[in-house]
Design a protein around this ligand. Structure first.
Ligand code: AVJ
Length: 320
């Protein structure tokens, strides 16, 4: 109960800040309510959404090489994962590492206890011999807690192109902050979606079946429910955009006409001009130069790139 209240306050703050701006924006974490989680699962199964398959293929093809890279410095390691989601892809690695009798403990980190419970249950079923210690904390408090008491190196995983949800400058801050918690034997593996045919990227955020549209518009439904707003969904539309020069994909929810939306619980209303956008998501795409620069500015170096067959995606191991 207490949790729900806290989350609603966070949602309220984001709405007040984000919709008062000259360039309206809302953070993409607002997509992920119960319905949003389901829609995201469906997106991952859409033929246009190549990202999940690509990273899955990398793990299938290179699980042995990944284990070698992870164990080159020591026999034992802590495997810390940020944002594991449903664990479908991580499971490939965990199964293999366990079958090879690797000496490691899997420590998924999430602020949602229910996400962690589901993940732990899944792994207990599918990888019964896995040593797992879920950490129900914010990412950086988790790293701090781990650093206060550990012998083995830690390997931090941030996969699934989640890094792309940050604006590039925030991604740099984020990696720098993680690097600040790493010691000399530690590693960081990040999943990057790569620059490619711009039409293909645009299609991934605009599938023909309309699941991505439903996913984005669900944000308005969520605000209608949680904050008693009165968004009329047919007066807004999903608009995806990709800039092949910067590699930045963005999603907008665009107001199709001049209108005012009120929020009962906030005692606030916000005016929209005709065709005024709300920026709701970044999905940054990278190339090797950008990845190397991201590492360099954080004081890290690139140890190894793992690619899928088509080079759509890369999982990159960085070290201190
Ligand atoms: C979960 C951040 C990797 O940006 O590709 C998919 C989320 N949004 N379709 C992405 C998403 C719309 C996804 N990530």
């Amino acid at each position: 109960m207490i949790d729900t209240k806290k989350i609603n306050q966070a949602v309220a703050n984001e709405v007040i800040n984000g919709l008062s701006r000259k360039n309206k924006s809302l953070p993409s974490w607002l997509f992920y309510d119960e319905e949003g989680d389901k829609l995201f699962q469906q997106i991952m199964n859409m033929p246009e959404y190549y990202l999940t398959d690509s990273e899955y293929q990398i793990f299938q093809n290179y699980k042995a090489d990944i284990l070698s890279v992870f164990t080159e410095n020591s026999r034992g390691f802590n495997l810390i994962e940020f944002g594991a989601g449903d664990g479908m892809k991580t499971e490939v690695l965990l199964k293999y590492f366990t079958s090879q009798k690797a000496n490691f403990t899997y420590k998924p980190v999430d602020i949602s206890a229910s996400v962690l419970d589901q993940l732990a249950n899944r792994m207990k079923q599918s990888v019964p011999d896995l040593s797992i210690e879920p950490i129900n904390k914010e990412y950086f408090s988790a790293l701090e807690a781990l650093n206060s008491d550990r012998k083995n190196p830690m390997i931090v995983l941030f996969m699934g192109a989640n890094i792309g949800n940050f604006a590039l400058s925030e991604a740099k801050d984020f990696v720098r902050k993680i690097a600040g918690s790493l010691r000399s034997q530690d590693q960081l593996m990040i999943g990057f979606d790569l620059k490619k045919n711009p039409n293909m990227i645009l299609d991934a955020y605009n599938d023909a079946a309309g699941i991505t549209t439903a996913f984005n518009m669900n944000l308005l439904t969520r605000l209608n429910r949680e904050l008693e707003a009165n968004f009329e969904l047919d007066k807004f539309m999903h608009y995806p955009y990709y800039d092949p020069q910067t590699g930045t994909a963005k999603s907008f929810i665009v107001s199709k006409e001049e209108q005012t939306v009120s929020f009962n619980t906030l005692n606030e209303s916000f005016d929209f001009k005709a065709w005024e956008p709300i920026h709701v998501e970044f999905s940054q795409k990278f190339d090797e130069e950008m990845i190397a620069e991201l590492a360099r500015q954080a004081g890290l170096s690139v140890e190894k790139y793992f690619y899928d067959n088509k080079k759509y995606f890369a999982d990159v191991v960085l070290k201190k």
